[in-house]
Design a protein around this ligand. Structure first.
Ligand code: HEC
Ligand code: HEC
Ligand code: HEC
Ligand code: HEC
Ligand code: HEC
Length: 189
């Protein structure tokens, strides 16, 4: 075996080690789990600026359902239609890079691919509608969104989390007796 072959072998081994190390470090972050930092969004959208109530700081106090227009009617809360943003941004904040990017998307008729922060797995049945109608606040599950500059998940979204609130609400409020059961089919499909 000559020295070149040995060197080539060593180089391949090093490359394999580097790849393995990177997978070890970054692998777990490829599927988002609770406690991960909030994912970067295509446009940094400040919830506090739009939904916060502190008018002195320029916060607009928009209701959540102003943008998440489907939250009371359907399973999904839904991402806001960009035309809604343009009711204000047609002439407002145009010096901000985020707003410039928004306008670019609207002009090119290109949707913005927001990165999901909350995502249950496909086998779970969850609807916003009934929760919102029963008086559960957005904040009970999503935290103080109106104070967040970067939208961050505050709840684990695991089975125990769902059950804890269901038990609590049943005891506290006695919500619609029988409207919540712990039968597996209630949440699993
Ligand atoms: C009972 C807990 C709960 C309440 C109350 C709640 N959410 Fe959610 N929200 C969730 C869960 C769980 C998910 C993930 C759903 C999934 O992956 O199917 C989610 C996902 C979302 C999403 C992204 C996915 C989608 O459905 O479009 C948005 C936006 C959202 N919620 C907004 C709101 C707003 C606005 C309110 C109040 C009007 C609200 N939520 C109330 C638990 C809740
Ligand atoms: C009711 C009016 C209104 C609506 C609707 C609205 N915005 Fe804004 N937005 C504002 C105001 C006011 C500011 C602050 C502008 C400034 O500081 O010059 C702002 C700021 C921003 C910024 C810049 C943040 C920064 O400081 O860099 C972004 C990005 C943004 N909005 C995106 C959106 C998107 C996306 C939507 C639609 C989902 C939207 N806005 C809907 C009024 C609105
Ligand atoms: C001006 C429009 C606007 C208003 C008002 C608004 N949102 Fe949003 N919301 C957005 C946009 C745009 C996104 C996607 C970008 C992001 O995740 O930061 C979003 C994302 C979210 C998500 C994350 C969805 C996911 O991927 O899991 C939640 C939860 C949420 N909003 C809740 C709320 C709540 C609660 C309120 C009221 C306190 C609210 N929003 C008010 C525009 C708005
Ligand atoms: C903060 C409290 C709270 C949390 C957290 C919560 N729920 Fe609920 N859930 C309720 C209440 C209250 C009702 C009763 C609604 C009614 O009486 O109509 C309910 C009803 C339901 C229903 C029956 C109504 C429908 O939408 O079909 C399902 C299914 C459900 N929850 C699934 C879940 C799942 C899955 C999770 C976790 C991912 C969850 N819930 C987390 C409070 C909560
Ligand atoms: C109130 C809603 C609810 C009820 C009732 C419920 N589950 Fe779950 N379950 C969930 C949620 C939410 C998850 C987590 C889903 C996720 O990670 O996205 C889960 C996860 C699971 C998992 C783990 C799956 C995995 O691959 O990690 C198993 C197993 C499970 N449930 C079994 C059951 C059984 C058995 C019952 C009946 C005794 C039941 N569940 C009742 C909401 C519920």
């Amino acid at each position: 075996m000559n020295i070149l072959k040995i060197l080539a072998g060593l180089a391949a081994l090093c490359a394999a080690c580097v790849v393995g190390f990177l997978l070890f470090v970054y692998g777990p972050f490829m599927t988002p789990t609770f406690g991960d930092p909030a994912p970067a969004q295509p446009i940094p959208f400040p919830h506090n600026r739009h939904a916060g109530a502190n008018a002195a700081a320029g916060e607009l106090g928009l209701p959540c359902a102003f943008c998440h227009v489907f939250v009371e009617q359907s399973e999904q809360a839904g991402a806001p239609p960009l035309q809604l943003c343009m009711t204000c941004h047609v002439g407002l904040g145009l010096d901000k890079p985020g707003v410039q990017k928004l306008v670019e998307h609207v002009n090119n008729n290109e949707p913005i691919e927001w990165v999901r922060v909350h995502q249950l797995r496909h086998f779970i049945r969850f609807t916003h509608k009934r929760h919102v109608k029963a008086g559960v606040q957005c904040q009970d599950c999503h935290g103080a969104v109106e104070q967040m500059a970067v939208l961050t998940r505050v709840a684990p979204l695991q089975m125990g989390w769902c059950l804890t609130c269901h038990r609590q609400k049943e005891a506290e409020l006695g919500v619609s007796p029988g409207s919540m059961t712990e039968d597996c089919w209630f949440c699993h499909r």
